[in-house]
Each structure stands twice: as C-alpha cells, then as structure tokens.
Unconditional design. Structure first.
Length: 258
C-alpha cells in the first residue's frame, strides 16, 4: 500500500531531477501529485486534508502538510492554480491544530496526540516551503511558532536531537538529518543550530567507513546500515547546510535561506 510520505519524497526527488533536465521526471512527479489529489484527498465539514494511506481517512498532520507541499509545488510547475488552492486548503486543517506552545500533534484520534522530533521537522520545513512558494503571509506566524518549539524542545545542548520533548534517547539519525535540513533551509538565526546538529551527528553517529549509524541508545549503538533512513537523508541534509553556509558567506548581510 503506498503511503503519502514515501510518495512525496519520491515525487519531490523527481521534480528536483526535472530541474536539471532529467528525462520525463517532471511528468512522473506530476502524476504522483495527481495521485495524491485523486486518492488521498479527504473532504469533511471540519476541513479538507490529505490522508496517509488510500482508504484510511486518519488525519496524520506531517503527512497532510507534506502532501500539500507537493501538490502546491506541482501546481506551480504546471501552472495549475486549482492544485495550488487544493494544497493550501488542506494545509489549513493542520495549521488549526497547532497548539499554543507551537507543538504539532502527530495526528488526530486516540493515541495520536504525541509529539516527536523528525515528524515535527517535516511539518516545519513543509510549512516554510509553502509559505515561500506562494507568498502566504498568514503562514509566517505559524512557521515561527512551530520552528521555535522545534528548536527549544526537540534539540538539546550542542545540537543533540531529541526523540521527543524531555527525552534524550534514542538518538535517531533521521531526527538529526531532519534537524540539519530544516534549520539550514530556514536559514538566518537557525543556521548556527543546523551546523551544531551536523557537528553532533558527525561526532556521535558517523561510522569509521563514513556512513551513519541508525540509532544510538543509552548503552549501545544500532549499527544497521540504512540508505533510506540514514545515509541518504544525512547526505541531503549536509548538502542543504553546505548551500546555506555558502549563501551566508557570499551575502552575510542577507542571512541565508537555502
């Protein structure tokens, strides 16, 4: 069964490839966005959103926001205003769920109100990306609130990525990678934190061969090599950080926004 997060990651990779002139990747990425609209869009009196799985209408906020980001991006690339409108409309269901402290629950329903590190990063990054794509000024306070919560409650001293507020272990490579990427893309005041998280990951999660461990527990390390969960996300995150640092070097007065 296809899930929305993996679909969005794959589709965005194809749209990125299209930017470099790589074959028909734009068409395939656009088809994935149409699949999200056709198969995952849920309309209720309380709001519209994108579901996580076909046939399952459970609202998972990070999945909804990531799907909205893809649909908006595809709509802009293909000049389809209706897609942009659909993405922004779905986004509002999640922005209404942001709590007073800036935290975003994983989902809506029994036992889904918890908050964790990397899923919060997905939401912050996607919200900021949509705000930048469509110039949605109303999103700015939401981005600021969620980014502030993410920074203050899901990262510890020296860039330590927390799995959830108040917890130190396990140190998960995806939480580190997502933190680097999110803060690097936010740029400005967040860029030093992106650097700190990267330095922490390089010290505590990198293997002697240059790859990255899956997870560090309090008393042992899970050294299973994962491309999709560890090495690829870290490579992408470090590339965003390098771009942000280079932008700051060239234009120090403007800050950096990758």
């Amino acid at each position: 069964t296809p899930n929305v997060v993996c679909t969005v990651f794959a589709a965005n990779a194809l749209l990125d490839a299209a930017d470099t002139g790589c074959g028909d990747s734009l068409g395939v990425g656009f088809d994935a966005a149409r699949f999200v609209l056709r198969e995952l869009r849920v309309r209720r009196r309380t709001g519209t959103y994108f579901a996580y799985l076909p046939g399952d209408e459970t609202l998972i906020h990070n999945g909804n926001v990531l799907a909205a980001q893809l649909v908006v991006r595809a709509g802009r690339l293909a000049d389809r205003p209706s897609m942009i409108e659909a993405g922004v409309e779905a986004l509002e269901t999640t922005t209404r769920a942001v709590r007073d402290d800036g935290s975003v629950p994983y989902g809506e329903g029994p036992d889904l109100g918890w908050v964790d590190g990397h899923h919060t990063g997905f939401v912050v990054e996607a919200l900021a990306d949509i705000a930048g794509q469509v110039g949605h000024r109303a999103l700015a306070p939401v981005v600021d609130a969620t980014a502030s919560f993410y920074r203050l409650h899901l990262f510890g001293a020296g860039g330590w990525p927390r799995p959830r507020p108040g917890a130190s272990y396990p140190i998960d490579v995806i939480a580190a990678a997502q933190g680097i990427q999110t803060f690097a893309r936010l740029g400005g005041e967040y860029l030093p934190l992106a650097t700190a998280v990267a330095e922490f990951a390089l010290r505590r999660l990198r293997s002697a061969s240059g790859g990255f461990y899956y997870q560090r527990q309090r008393l042992h390390v899970k050294r299973v090599p994962y491309a999709r969960w560890a090495d690829a996300p870290m490579s992408l995150a470090l590339a965003f950080l390098a771009a942000g640092l280079e932008a700051r070097r060239r234009h120090p007065a403007m800050g950096a926004r990758a």
